[in-house]
Design a protein around this ligand. Sequence first.
Ligand code: PLP
Length: 376
Amino acid sequence: MVDKKEKIWLSSPHMGGSEQDYVNEAFETNWIAPLGPNVNAFEFAISNSLGNKINVAALSSGTAALHLGLQLLGVTRGDEVLCQSFTFSASANPIMYLGAIPVFVDSEPDTWNMSPSLLRKAIESRIAEKKKPKAIVAVHLYGMPYKVKEIQAIANEFDIPILEDSAEALGSSYMGKACGTFGDIGVLSFNGNKIITTSGGGALVSENKNYTDRAIFLATQARDEAPHYQHSNVGYNYRMSNVLAGIGRGQMEVLQDRVDARRQNHEYYEHELSTIKEIEFLKEPEGYFSNRWLSCILTPSYEKRESIRLALLDENIESRPLWKPLHMQPVFTHYKKFLDGTSESLFDRGLCLPSGSNLSQNDLQRVTDCIKKIWL
Ligand SMILES: *Cc1c(COP(=O)(O)O)cnc(C)c1O
């Protein structure tokens, strides 16, 4: 048998060093529960990194945060919710949990995120049918901020709240302000593949403390004040474990290093592949700062994209087509959508390259050498 080359992953966990100490502390003090000092300290660290006015509720996943966020914005059964189509399914699944109806909005080519003009079109068209949307789920995909000013202006004009899916954008910013802080409610994820991880986890963040207090109440089974178990609301078991928050505490200490490393990956790819005119990268518009969670390339065609993906696979290098737009997903195809072809073209032609903050120079070179060979 031929020796397989060492696998290069798309985006793997990268511990900083002190995570284990905080986890041990949880064991030593017997805080093995969905509350405790690590949860408080992790929330404090997140709040610090986003700007001090931000309140944080650490939860069991980003998906849980989206679910509670929609509910806090008043979304209930039968309501319509506008959702970026070009994203991971978890941006839209919580709309379904609530019995609400997703309406998908295509992306624009500058940031690959929600198109302001299609958002306006969608809102006006739904209002004309007496179905004013209840919320907007906007996503900073791959860490690139969406067009915050334009999207916010439309949301304000029609008085529709924004649920900001910042699951991929911790450490990103727009005009110097942290992503996660723009929506009425923001959502973070600490899943294993994200910029930092607690193995699994998420957070709901907001300037409005009523939202985070209510999120914590609902996430801990909605217990009323009483000596016995008393419930006036349907609750959830969505709070973050104090053991996992210990991992998060350690990870927050190295967040900036992780952002720097991922941005360096992107710079390396962009520089090394600059001779191949057929490969394009997503540029940061002025004032936009992406954590470059995943480094993505655009090729001229589906066929070219596949030839690169398969060549990398042959070298035991993991790559992944860009997110398949939700309006094309079998589970969502029958919902309303406002499209101009942007996300379908991105899905056809785009590829995410290995992007972990723990990639070596040698790993990066293996990736670019393999791609360059295709153009020889
Ligand atoms: C990862 C992700 C989520 C979900 O977060 P989990 O913590 O995995 O539940 C939601 N939206 C986007 C865009 C994501 O990438």
